[in-house]
Design a protein around this ligand. Structure first.
Ligand SMILES: [Zn+2]
Length: 94
C-alpha cells in the first residue's frame, strides 16, 4: 500500500516537471518567432548537436548551438554563436 502511494507521488512529480519543461520550451519557441528577424526559427531538435555542452542562441535564426565547435564572433566583448556560416554572414551584414 505504501509502495502505491510512493509511486503515485513520484508520478505527480514527473508530470509537474514535464509540464514545467513543456511550458518553458513553448515560451522559448514563441520568443524566438517574435525575434528581430520576425520569421519562424527552426525548432532545436534533439540529436542535432552533441549533448552535455552549454547551448547558446544563434541571434540570427534562434537555433540553439553548442558553445564547443560552433562558429562564434566577438561583438563588443560579447561572444555570439552561430549555427552556420550563412547566419554569421547575415549577422555581419546586419
Ligand atoms: Zn542560425
Amino acid at each position: 500500500m505504501l509502495r502505491a502511494i510512493v509511486d503515485f507521488v513520484l508520478m505527480m512529480i514527473v508530470f509537474a516537471m514535464l509540464r514545467t519543461i513543456i511550458s518553458a520550451v513553448s515560451r522559448a519557441v514563441g520568443g524566438a518567432a517574435a525575434g528581430p528577424m520576425n520569421r519562424p526559427a527552426p525548432a532545436p531538435r534533439r540529436g542535432d548537436f552533441p549533448t552535455g555542452g552549454e547551448l547558446k542562441r544563434d541571434p540570427v535564426c534562434g537555433t540553439f548551438v553548442p558553445v564547443s565547435g560552433s562558429l562564434h564572433k566577438n561583438v563588443n566583448g560579447i561572444t555570439q554563436y552561430f549555427c552556420s556560416q550563412t547566419c554569421l554572414d547575415r549577422f555581419r551584414a546586419a
